[in-house]
Design a protein around this ligand. Structure first.
Ligand code: CP
Length: 324
């Protein structure tokens, strides 16, 4: 795989998902995010790149990391920022997404960041909004900026046998995604992104949590945790999403932890294993509490990288001026 950056701008107008973003586009975002990281390390963490650009954050679903990091990213780039949440808006009085979108359009905004429980809601918005639409997580469909920040975090891990990681060449990197794959937009976006960069992806979880079309995703599938962790460089544990499950998909959280939770014994058995989690973590379910706090867990690095990745996406999609 070539490490050369062959493009200097994105081919897409929006970021709705990573399914149709190719390796060049993903690499361009990650390289730009790395430059944005330098802004975050400065005493004055602000550049004028998006001065005059108005961004609306439309959050119809709860969020901590994504919402705060989008807002921080927008402010670091000097954009004008408007925050909207469904509670306290006219959505709670019955207004439709189309009407909400058309009203936002009438106010002449430039970028809309949307989180919604319905898969396809960001795509739907592009019918009614002239500006850029960025998906901040839509149901069980995609969460592209999460996967991008995950890939940026992986590129910073020092793995001597994978010297290309820093150049976003992930060929030969073994990544296991553990847990509730069916309901996970994070898993879906990571499968697309990691596969585009050349990583080997293994999915592990109860069969009841594997999507029916899983074999078509070009990934390895197992329901045995040790099989997923043997030879694995990065294990990404997913949150058990009780709010998206129609009914219980496993007997109890304790049994889930016994069978699929990463514990200290796994860190001892697999000394090169690094741990990631998109958050919010259910301590003692996906990960033992000591694993969350372990030095081989890079969960807070993921959060830091979230700001840089969102700055990069906003900058590239809204044609910002170069950072200095
Ligand atoms: N990872 C993630 O999307 O977290 P939030 O739901 O807190 O935004």
């Amino acid at each position: 795989m070539s490490n050369e950056n062959t493009i200097d701008q994105l081919k897409h107008r929006h970021l709705l998902g990573l399914a149709d973003y190719d390796a060049d586009e993903i690499r361009l975002i990650l390289q730009t995010a790395r430059e944005m990281r330098t802004v975050l390390d400065r005493p004055i963490k602000r550049v004028p790149s998006l001065r005059g650009v108005t961004v609306v954050n439309l959050f119809f679903e709860s969020s901590t990391r994504t919402r705060i990091s989008f807002e921080l990213a927008e402010k670091r780039l000097s954009a004008d920022v408007v925050n909207f949440s469904a509670s306290g808006s006219s959505v709670s009085k019955g207004e439709t997404l189309k009407d909400t979108a058309q009203n936002i359009e009438a106010m002449k905004t430039d970028v809309v960041v949307i989180r919604h429980s319905s898969p396809g809601a960001p795509n739907f918005l592009t019918n009614w909004i002239e500006g850029v639409v960025i998906n901040a997580g839509d149901g069980a469909h995609e969460h592209p900026t999460q996967a991008l920040l995950d890939m940026l975090t992986m590129s910073e891990i020092d793995i001597p046998s994978h010297s290309g990681l820093a150049d976003f060449d992930f060929s030969g990197l073994n990544v296991s995604i553990l847990g509730d794959i069916t309901h996970s937009r994070v898993a879906r976006s990571n499968i697309y992104g990691l596969s585009a960069l050349g990583a080997n992806v293994t999915l592990c979880g109860p069969r009841t949590m594997m999507p029916v079309e899983v074999e078509e995703l070009g990934v390895r599938v197992t329901d045995r945790l040790d099989e997923a962790l043997e030879g694995c460089d990065v294990a990404m544990a997913l949150r058990i999403q009780l709010e998206r499950q129609g009914g219980p998909l496993f007997p109890s959280l304790r049994e889930y932890h016994d069978r699929f939770g990463i514990k200290l014994e796994h860190l001892k058995r697999y000394p090169n294993l690094r741990i990631m989690h998109p958050g919010p973590v259910n301590r003692g379910v996906e990960l033992a509490s000591e694993v969350v706090d372990h030095e081989r867990a890079v969960i807070l690095n993921q959060v830091t990288n979230g700001v840089a990745v969102r700055m990069a996406v906003l900058y590239l999609l809204s044609g910002g001026t170069a950072i200095e």
